[in-house]
Each structure stands twice: as C-alpha cells, then as structure tokens.
Ligand binder design. Structure first.
Ligand code: F6P
Length: 467
C-alpha cells in the first residue's frame, strides 16, 4: 500500500495549479452562475445530508481531489482498515473500531463484552443501589462517554466525569454524593495514566470515610485492574485506539446514563456509516468528501484552522471530542515512512455550540484576516436555530453588500434527521472515517500518538525531584 509522499502524486501539482485559478473566485458568483450548485454539491449518507455547496471548489477541483485519493491508494487502505489489517503500522496493530459496532458479525470477545455491559447497565440502572456513577478517565477514556452522556443521558442516574488531576474536578463529581451509593468506573486502556490513577486513589480515600468505595474498571490491562481491586473488569482490545474507543466498554458510563438499548442504537448508527464508507462512490461518499474538502482548504487554499459549530446544545461537547479525534490522529509532521512531511497536515480544530458561538467568535469568522472553514451541524431541533445556522453559512459565503464581510468563506452543513443515539453514532463514525481518509492522503499513521509521551516523561521526572 502507498506510503510515499503525496507530493509525488501527479494530482498534487495539478491541484496547486488549479488553486491558483481559484484565488479570486467568489462563492457569490458561483451560485449566481450555476443555479444547480445548491443541489449538485450535496451528498447523502444514512440519516445525514452533507451540503458542501458553500465550499470554494468546483467539479474540476473534486475530480483532481478524487484522483489524489486514488493515487494515495485510499480504496486499498479502506479495505485494510475495515477488515482489521494492521494499519496502525508503528504499533503493528489493527485499528478495528468498526468491529465494535458490527452487530452480530462482531468478534466473539466483543459480543461477550457487550453482553456483560448489558447485564451491568440494567443492574446499575435497575437495582437502585447506585445513585451516582463517576467515570474516572481522560482523553479517549473520557471525551466520548462524556459527550454521549451529556447529549443523550435520561437522568435515571446522576452520571458524572472527572478527567483532570486537579482535585477540583473530582470534587465537582462528588458533590452531594455518598460512598455507599456511588459507583466509580475507572476507565484507562493502559491503566497507567497518571491523572486517572491519582483520581482513583483519591476516590478510594474519599470512600474510606463511608465504609468503602465501589469500583468497576474498563481497560486492556485487566491484571492491573484486578490488582487494583475492581469488582468488575471489562476488557478493551488492544486494537482499539483510545480516541476511537467510545464504541467499546469505554462507553459503560454513557450506557448507564442513556440505557443499554440507546447505546446499541448508537452502535447501529456507526455501523450504517461503515457500510456507506465501504460502498459509496467517491462522489457520494460523505466521509471522503469531508476529507477532500479539508485537504483542499488546508493544503491548497492555505487555511490553518477548522471550526466545528454544532447548532445543538446536546452536541455542545462535540468540538472537544473532535479535537482529540482529529488532532491526536493527524497532528503530525513525520509521515508513515519516517520522513518530515513537507506539507501541512491536520488544521487546528476548534469550535463551540451555535447560537452562543455567534455572540462570541463569529466576528472573526466573518471579518477576521484569515478564512476559517466551518462545519455547521443541524439536528433539526428548532426553526430559530436552523434559520440562524443557514444565515451564518450564507453570510460567510456571500458576505455583505458593503464588503465589510468579504464572503467566500468556506463552510459545509451536516443535516442530521434528528438528535438521537443513532444519529450521533452516524456523526461520530463520519468524522472517524474522514480523519482516516485524510491520514491516508497526508501519508500519516492516524492511530498512534508518539508526541504525547515526552510531556508525561518530563512530569514524572519533575515529580521524582529530577530536572
Ligand atoms: O496521552 C494521550 C492518551 O494516550 C490518549 O491517546 C488516550 O485516549 C488517553 O491518553 C488516555 O489513555 P488511557 O485510556 O490509557 O488512560
């Protein structure tokens, strides 16, 4: 499979030349000259419509980008990903998160773990022994379950999260709780992460005053969790990356918050997108189109950041989740072959929920000195919300008569048919496959995170008195 530099692809200089011709193209004129544009640059995935007509690109751009993806060997790499081949080349592992949501054809160990999760969730939600559930984890062991619980929790249980080693965070999670009716779920693939282990120790201390602490654990390091004294230990396979792990037992706290059936619907939504990603043609493959629009904006139009703006309070934690997914995956300067990339890779991803974001940083989006490509997400929950979303996308695209807002600022809109476990599953799977496709185009291994180790090492050194 292709691990050479994308700079060696025929399509790369063609795209560079093509970008020159696009420098002064105004979106306003594109729409004025092509009445079909708003229906042509749209693609459908199950339950999601992707409108990219306000991206600064045309049919020729798309053809050149599709050529680049083909030269990069995206179809072969996609096949390898979906069939569990070791695409995580630096760690010699698969990245088989799709197997966690493959329904009955999931690997036996996945089905066993789901069965155990189901039993535990109905016990925790049904027996009334626990009123508070506290997820202790960070990164992928926090951001995914926290997003699901916040977006879809039904308040049957009070499910809280503590990720920071700052005692204030655990303090918040334990406000008004008592040890007897509080269950801690220690979630750590390695079961070595400093902050999570420190919080688990602090939780144990807190429980001592109330007759002891109740611990479950979710980890790939089952022996360490048993040694720690967890009453239940749910395994995570080593071929599941942290930032792709919400579909696994890492989602236990979320399943406690939303109910196991809703969690299964979340998995089903992800599965629908896996089938779409595997089979849809490049012109209609939403994750691929999202990836190509991003590469065009970053590598050929020179945009250094990307904003995600969910017009949904339920999705307020989505930007934080996507920051890890995108930037820990593709925030890399060294390519798969170990060479310095020599081209831009992952843009800085940021964002917040709309409409509050309008009253915060949209001034910069409209009139700042740098163009920020935006993903707007519409969950069809409110007409005022949707009207504001469309207004923002149009204002970015077409600008103001007086030219103060220059316009021609690219954006896409993802229309979800509703806010539900299934639609959230679809949305997260879309971004996962977008990230994978971009990693292939940038010749990156999207599944390791070597850059996080140095800081951990230095912190340990400082704590042990070294310098
Ligand atoms: O430090 C980064 C990281 O390794 C992430 O990739 C991961 O999601 C997070 O820390 C937590 O790791 P663990 O689940 O092993 O505690």
């Amino acid at each position: 499979m292709n691990t050479t530099s994308p700079l060696d692809c025929k399509a790369w200089p063609q795209l560079q030349h093509h970008a020159e011709t696009w420098r002064d193209v105004r979106l306003k004129d594109l729409f004025a000259n092509d009445v079909a544009r708003s229906t042509q640059f749209v693609a459908e995935a199950p339950g999601i419509r992707y409108d990219y007509s306000r991206q600064r690109l045309g049919a020729v751009t798309l053809r050149l980008l599709a050529n680049l993806a083909a030269e990069r060997g995206l179809p072969e790499w996609r096949e390898a990903l979906l069939s569990g081949k070791p695409v995580n080349t630096s760690e010699g592992r698969a990245a088989w998160h799709t197997a966690l949501r493959a329904g009955p054809s999931s690997p036996p160990e996945v089905l066993q773990t789901l069965e155990r999760m189901k039993g535990l969730v109905s016990k925790i939600r049904g027996e009334g022994r626990f009123r508070r559930v506290v997820n202790l984890g960070t990164g992928g062991s926090d951001l995914g379950p926290r997003l699901l619980a916040d977006a879809l929790g039904d308040r049957t249980l009070d499910v809280r999260f503590a990720a920071n080693v700052d005692p204030h965070d655990l303090g918040r999670a334990l406000e008004g709780a008592d040890p007897a009716s509080t269950l801690f779920i220690v979630v750590s693939k390695t079961f070595t992460t400093q902050e999570t282990m420190a919080n688990a120790a602090a939780a144990r201390e807190w429980g001592r005053s109330g007759g002891g602490t109740h611990f479950y654990a979710v980890t790939a390091n089952v022996d360490a969790a048993k040694q720690f004294g967890a009453a239940e230990v749910l395994p995570v396979q080593d071929w599941v990356g942290g930032r792709f792990s919400v579909w696994s037992a890492v989602g236990l706290a979320a399943a406690c918050a939303m109910g196991f059936e809703q969690f299964e619907q979340f998995l089903a939504g992800g599965r629908e997108i896996d089938l779409h990603f595997a089979a849809a043609s490049p012109e209609q493959n939403v994750p691929v189109l999202m990836a190509l629009a991003g590469v065009w904006n970053t590598n050929f139009l020179g945009c250094a950041t990307h904003a995600v703006l969910p017009y949904s309070n339920a999705l307020r934690l989505l930007p934080a989740y996507l920051q890890q997914l995108e930037m820990e995956s593709n925030g890399k300067r060294i390519d798969r072959a170990g060479n310095a990339a020599g081209y831009a890779t992952c843009p800085v991803l940021w964002g917040a929920e709309g409409t509050p974001s309008q009253h915060s940083f949209h001034q910069l989006l409209h009139q700042g000195t740098q163009a920020v490509p935006c993903d707007f997400i519409d969950v069809a929950s409110d007409e005022i919300l949707s009207a504001n979303l469309s207004a923002q996308a149009d204002a970015l695209a077409f600008g103001s008569e007086d030219g103060q807002s220059p316009g021609s600022r690219p954006s896409s809109i993802l229309f979800l048919d509703r806010m539900s476990p299934q639609s959230l599953g679809r949305l997260l799977a879309l971004y996962e496959h977008k990230v994978f496709a971009q990693g292939i185009i940038w010749n990156l291994n999207s599944f390791d995170q070597p850059g996080v180790e140095l800081g951990k090492l230095l912190a340990k050194k400082i704590l042990s008195g070294g310098n």
